[in-house]
Design a protein around this ligand. Structure first.
Ligand SMILES: *[C@@H]1O[C@H](CO)[C@@H](O)[C@H](O)[C@H]1NC(C)=O
Ligand SMILES: *[C@@H]1O[C@H](CO)[C@@H](O)[C@H](O)[C@H]1NC(C)=O
Ligand SMILES: *[C@@H]1O[C@H](CO)[C@@H](O)[C@H](O)[C@H]1NC(C)=O
Ligand SMILES: *[C@@H]1O[C@H](CO)[C@@H](O)[C@H](O)[C@H]1NC(C)=O
Ligand SMILES: *[C@@H]1O[C@H](CO)[C@@H](O)[C@H](O)[C@H]1NC(C)=O
Ligand SMILES: *[C@@H]1O[C@H](CO)[C@@H](O)[C@H](O)[C@H]1NC(C)=O
Ligand SMILES: [Zn+2]
Length: 933
């Protein structure tokens, strides 16, 4: 599944299960095969009937048959011994809601170990509205102006039980035989495999589709759909893309591309894709990003459809998301994680190949380098707060849902990248092939992967340096939570000392100190060798310190070449100073990925209290000379985080705003020159033009505003805006406009056929500075059934509103005044309000904002579930205040000084605030900021 991960927000990690509820199935019986029948799917009243037949094997004699089922009405259960066809009578059956289980109590002679039984369950259900299980989704048919419905499944991770009774755990892989019965001739049905027989039942007049028996697969990969979608196929006729009539001409891009992406995986793994077809469905209402059901992938429309109005970044997203799901056909579908503890065996690989397979399909896109920004650095940032380990123990559906996060996806993929560079590409690939071939059509645990690697290394007689075992190395990364910071300091004239400790920006608990196997790679100013990324030595958990020969004549030193290791590196201030000098004089002497790493590490080390804030701020002054956009993204992330939190201070806030505007102006000018003047249409230039225009216009860089305003004006007169500047142009138009401009953009949001344009419009709606307009925008969510904003757009709506001070103000007031109506009228009201609160908690900074948010939390009459969630989210406010306190005096000092343009600073003097007068000055300023903001 491609989860839309909110890296910054997810708050609570995995909670311990203190309830005695048993969520796992007992294992006394197991399924051997299923026969599923869904009757009257997609009726006018959305009800359906089901018959599930399961052939089971009894492992140990039992009086109770336990399955998973949830919110289904079970009508009858029949159990028959297969050998003698003798029925085992049922005493009774009950649904146990909190366990999501169906328990069938049997009469003597019960179920006997070693025997097989046919279990037949008849039941009925209703198509759900929460985008789980078998659910309904709708769209408007433009010709008739009628609402059209479709039925679609989303079973991962624990939602198959919401559609049919089953053994709903990924380790149970069996063949499935599926039958779908429809009532209307205009409807088409789809399932994992190509239909085997379609006919009209002469007695009932209904339309029956029979699907063939599948290869063994887990319940979460079963897929069914009934709709009135239309279809277009790829040239090789293997891919069939489905959407509604009006959107079908937006499928050309992916129809042409998907066969290549699938072929890449076939070539890489040496294993053919086993099904004769692959359907790609664009589903209007979809909770995750996309889902890899074997042979029937489902997607949010924006991750599948491309039109002439799509941005360059949309093309990249469609390509990587489809690559993600296609990768799952091997990693996940062919070889499945044995239990959700090992979800990363599915998701880390799928995320890894989003970049490393697309790199082969689109060598110009620089995907391997984008990986470092979008996955590696995002994961470092997510994982510097207390989180679960990559392999972690989960039981309940909520816990399982909770690990579809930045650890299983981004960190997992980053650790795989580290493994790839440690082993080298060939051994890495050989190991994956052996792993897949050994466990195909079965399930796997991490040990199976380590075994495959050991075996390949044995064959080639390959050994890691310092006698490190791959299993020990990888277990230290997948079983420990968090990651280390490497500390590199001059020890003697001729040696460096290298040590490790866990890097955390809050909740530092010194008593638990995990240690990692860290493969060391480094280079110096003199060597200047950024090519070799295989570790030359290892820092092991048992080492207190590693000493490296190094002569100070060699200039600066950089560890973690090309940022391949999943850790941060800190240096003594002398080395940071040398690196800054180097970057200012000739940045290209340092590899681009290490430039991005230095920026990202410096900002976050400062956040963690390991480095003065002056270092990242001094460091990024080199960006004048930075013509590669990759490091700019790291700078954008670092400075945006700081800016949001420094708004609190009257002095530093405006200085930061000016500083950020100057930076944004710089990168805007660079990218604008390439895009507009030189007509450079390389992928990263175009996507950066989009991203940095939006940044520059947000900070009101005059050149950007001027250009965006001109585009907006021509748009109002009926001329379209180029896709990659549309977000900036619409946002600027709305911000500087009134009700009319907002309504124009809202209508675009409602009516456009382009998903790219819809998203640009949606983001722009939050750019207004008018509180009435923004409040009316939020009020739309209270329109109940008729709400014109789709549930899967709520998240972006909330996030975009929380990105401006006016939006923060309006959303906080809305929460305070409207939480009761929200619970009643809003789709999934409770979760939506919680999400609003936690988003606000991570963004408020000024005293009045915090006071207002506290007032929401402290008002009387809040239901317990809301107040406890609000209280938990409130920790984000404290953390941000802590960041502010840490950064404030240093930044005040730095901004005070930086008006004098000094050459390269001596860092030690800039950072040690030693004189008493300075300390007093800072105290006064801190107090002033707290008092008046
Ligand atoms: C099962 O139930 C049927 C009908 O109620 C009854 O005739 C039969 O004797 C029962 N069998 C057993 C083994 O209890
Ligand atoms: C099953 O059908 C009955 C009768 O039509 C209906 O009342 C009930 O809501 C249905 N159950 C589910 C879970 O949809
Ligand atoms: C289409 O249907 C909507 C709601 O069902 C209605 O408000 C609108 O006026 C209709 N438009 C046309 C052109 O019939
Ligand atoms: C697709 O069709 C819509 C109308 O149905 C049209 O507006 C649009 O220009 C078409 N796009 C392409 C790429 O043909
Ligand atoms: C804003 O930045 C510019 C360019 O560095 C500088 O000239 C100006 O003095 C700054 N303004 C403020 C208010 O700090
Ligand atoms: C905000 O928008 C409302 C509704 O269009 C308008 O009446 C009001 O004058 C606007 N307020 C400001 C300050 O522009
Ligand atoms: Zn996935």
């Amino acid at each position: 599944m491609l989860e839309i991960i909110l890296l910054a927000l997810s708050c609570c990690g995995i909670l311990a299960d203190n309830d005695e509820t048993v969520f796992r199935l007992p294992g006394d019986t197991i399924p051997l095969s299923y026969n599923l029948k869904f009757v009257d799917l997609l009726n006018d009243d959305f009800s359906y009937n089901g018959v599930t037949k399961i052939l089971i094997q009894v492992k140990s004699t039992t009086t109770v048959l336990t399955l998973n089922a949830f919110e289904l009405d079970i009508k009858n259960v029949k159990v028959v011994d297969t050998e003698l066809s003798r029925e085992i009578n049922v005493t009774n059956f009950e649904l146990i809601k909190k366990n999501e289980q169906l328990k069938v109590n049997l009469k003597e002679p019960w179920l006997i170990a070693g025997r097989q039984y046919n279990v037949e369950i008849t039941y009925n259900g209703t198509l759900r509205t929460d985008m789980t299980g078998l659910y309904r989704s709708s769209y408007k048919d433009e010709e008739s102006n009628a609402t059209r419905w479709l039925a679609i499944s989303q079973f991962e991770p624990t939602y198959a039980r919401r559609a049919f009774p089953c053994y709903d755990e990924p380790g149970f892989k069996t063949p499935f035989q599926i039958t779908i019965v429809k009532t209307k001739k205009t409807q088409i049905s789809l399932s994992n495999y190509p239909v085997y027989k379609e006919y009209q039942d002469v007695q009932t007049g209904k339309f029956v589709s029979d699907y063939p028996v599948t290869e063994p697969m887990p319940t979460y990969l079963v897929a069914i759909s009934v709709s009135e979608f239309v279809e277009k196929s790829s040239n090789d006729n293997k891919f069939h893309v489905y959407t509604h009539k009006e959107y079908i001409n937006q499928t050309d891009y992916i129809r042409e591309k998907a066969p290549k992406l699938l072929n890449l995986m076939e070539v890489f793994t040496g294993i053919s894709y086993p099904i004769d077809k692959m359907d790609l469905l664009a589903v209007p209402d979809f909770a995750a990003g996309a889902m890899e059901n074997w042979g029937l992938n489902t997607y949010q429309e924006k991750y599948l459809l491309i039109s002439e109005k799509s941005t360059e970044k949309s093309k990249e997203l469609v390509t990587t998301v489809v690559q993600h799901e296609l990768t799952h056909q091997w990693f996940g579908n062919l070889v499945t994680c044995a239990w959700w503890d090992y979800l990363w065996l599915n998701e880390a690989f799928a995320t890894f190949f989003e970049y490393f397979a697309v790199q082969v399909a689109e060598p110009e896109w620089r995907m391997e380098e984008l990986f470092v920004i979008e996955q590696h650095q995002a994961a470092l940032s997510y994982d510097q707060r207390p989180r679960h380990a990559i392999t972690s123990s989960v039981q309940s559906p909520d816990e399982i849902e909770g690990i579809f996060d930045g650890i299983s996806y981004d960190k997992g993929a980053s650790v795989l990248r580290m493994l790839k560079y440690t082993l080298g590409s060939k051994l890495f690939r050989d190991s994956l092939i052996l792993y897949l071939k050994t466990h195909k059509y079965a399930s796997a645990e991490p040990n199976n992967l380590w075994d495959a690697i050991d075996s390949v290394l044995f064959d080639t007689e390959y050994k890691l340096a310092d006698n490190v075992q791959v299993r020990d190395f990888m277990r230290s990364w997948t079983e420990n939570p968090g990651y280390p910071v490497l500390s590199v300091t001059a020890k003697t004239k001729n040696t460096l000392s290298v040590t490790q400790k866990r890097f955390l920006v809050d909740k530092k608990d010194e008593s638990v100190q995990p240690k990692w196997y860290i493969g060391l790679t480094y280079t110096t100013q003199q060597k200047n060798e950024f090519h070799d990324v295989q570790p030359v030595a290892w820092l092991k958990p048992s080492d207190d310190e590693k000493t490296i020969k190094f002569n100070s004549d060699e200039g600066w030193v950089i560890f973690n070449v090309q940022s391949t290791g999943f850790y941060r590196v800190n240096y003594d201030l002398n080395n940071w100073g040398l690196l800054i000098d180097q970057l200012r004089s000739d940045p290209k002497a340092i590899h681009v990925l290490n430039r991005a790493q230095l920026i990202d590490d410096a900002f976050n080390l400062a956040r963690g209290g390991e480095l003065p804030f002056t270092v990242p701020f001094e460091l990024i002054s080199y960006l004048d000379n930075e013509n590669d956009f990759i490091p700019w993204y790291s700078a954008y992330n670092g400075i945006s985080y700081a800016f949001d939190r420094m708004r609190r201070c009257d002095f530093v806030g405006p200085k930061m705003q000016n500083f950020t505007r100057n930076l944004a102006a710089k990168v805007y000018s660079k990218v604008n020159k390439l895009y507009e003047d030189k007509h450079d249409r390389r992928h990263l230039t175009v996507t950066s033009f989009d991203a940095f225009s939006s940044w520059a216009c947000k900070f009101e860089v005059p050149e950007c505003i001027e250009s965006a305003t001109a585009y907006f004006k021509t748009w109002q007169s009926g001329i379209d805006i180029p896709a990659d500047i549309k977000e900036a142009a619409l946002c600027t138009g709305v911000r500087n406009g009134g009700e009319r401009e907002w309504n124009d953009v809202f209508n675009l949001y409602l009516n456009t056929f382009s998903t790219s344009e819809r998203q640009a419009a949606q983001l722009a709606l939050a750019c207004s500075k008018n509180t009435t307009i923004l409040n009316n925008y939020l009020e739309i969510l209270l329109q109940g059934e008729n709400c014109t904003i789709r549930p899967n757009h709520y998240r972006l709506m909330i996030k975009s509103l929380a990105s401006t001070p006016v939006g923060i103000d309006v959303m906080t007031k809305f929460l305070k005044d409207r939480w009761q109506d929200s619970l009643k009228l809003m789709w999934n009201g409770e979760e939506t309000i919680k999400s609003m609160y936690s988003t606000l908690a991570s963004k408020v900074s000024i005293k009045s904002e915090i006071d207002q948010l506290n007032a929401v939390k402290n008002q009387t009459g809040l239901p317990l579930s809301l107040s406890s969630s609000f209280n938990a989210s409130h920790y984000e406010v404290e953390l941000n205040l802590r960041y502010f306190k840490k950064a404030h005096d240093q930044l005040h000092n730095w901004f005070g000084d930086s008006s004098i343009t000094t050459p390269a600073p001596t860092l030690s003097s800039a950072t040690s605030i030693s004189s008493i007068s300075n300390i007093i000055l800072c105290l006064i300023i801190i107090m002033t900021c707290f008092l008046f903001k």
